[in-house]
Design a protein around this ligand. Sequence first.
Ligand code: RFL
Ligand code: PHB
Length: 390
Amino acid sequence: MRTQVAIIGSGPAGLLLGQLLGRAGIDTIILERATREHVLSRIRAGVLERGTVRLLEEAGVGERLHREGLVHTGVELAFDGDRLRLDLEDLTGGASVTVYGQTEVTRDLMEARERAGWLTVFEAQDVEIHDVETPRPSVSFTAQDGRRTLACDFVAACDGFHGIGRRTVPERVLRCFERVYPFGWLGLLTDAPPATHELVYANHARGFALLSMRSPTRSRYYVQVPLETRVEEWSDERFFTELRRRLPDAIADGLPTTPSIEKSVAPLRSFVAEPMRFGSLFLAGDAAHIVPPTGAKGLNLAAGDVHYLSNGLIEHYRERSDAGLDRYSERALARVWKAERFSWWMTSMLHRFPEMDAFAERMQRAEFDHVVSVRSAAANVADNYVGLPF
Ligand code: RFL
Ligand code: PHB
């Protein structure tokens, strides 16, 4: 087998890259470990920055996104019952975010790829990357009919945090930065109209809570929980009781208990691997970095990486220039670290940490009050939330 760009992973990063390259006439094959059904059933992100929306339009999958996505011009922060609405549109000079599930983004991209007839190999096992320090790299994998080798010009590792792309980069080259938080998020998806029109991020003495949504009839809620939490210990009743306790009364009073469709615990982590390129191997998305979900940045960062990487690859094939590829890691990382800062700050301001003393609690409150009372502070949060330009 041969292709120009071998892409590992059919999450949003891999699929979006495949779509942008394919539309530029560049041949790709995607190797995905899981089944198509598994990839399409993962419940994850919900908030798209304007830049991500623009990129999805460029990839030719903007139509359903614009029809069904919910444009949000504001977002709310709450602190022990006090509320602040950040008017994103006003504070940023016209920007907004779009609420549209990652599951839908993935489905749109996957269907567009299938319509174009570009190959994705699902259930590709034991993927190995070879010879990326030479001009003839390749990827080997086990398919249903046995071991295969895919020769290529470049390998894009879009294989998430637990993938093999990052592990292929030698230890002497790779530098990793990490912060693991002492709590997780328990998420619940339910077929009920959202309790509020906009997202609500709440800091409460009992821990963080988030009201989010997927559509006018489907809600997504989260509560901060200890890391060792087992989903089975949380009935829907218990979840909603805890969620209501952490929300301002006016919201909690109108929030009914409705049956969950899905419930899961996600740990929170900040992580960056540098550099994002090794020879002809490029890392993109969660393969290179993780943010805690508090800033809603993970999927959007993956989109940013793909923007720089697809431009670099298109330039390579069209103009025979490697300038974009040579600057890929530097450009992507500059954006990554800004989103890491924002996600870390949002997480620090909104969660209760086990080791917090009275001073730390007052500092959190002071951060909130600062955003409430100083317009430039609110504008700073809003600019980051809608996404820094790429
Ligand atoms: P993905 O989505 O993990 O896809 C990687 C793909 O690679 C495959 N794979 C392999 N394939 C072949 N061989 C191997 N060895 C392989 N190893 C792995 C996997 O099966 C998979 O299909 O990474 P990608 O594409 O980089 O996308 C990243 C995003 O999925 C992630 O950043 C977001 O979901 C993060 N995130 C959020 N991001 C946002 O922008 N806004 C949000 O509101 C938001 N909320 C969230 C989130 C993540 C969450 N969890 C569960 C971690 C909320 C939560 C709860
Ligand atoms: C979600 O809807 O899943 C969601 C929204 C905003 C976040 C994180 C997750 O910050």
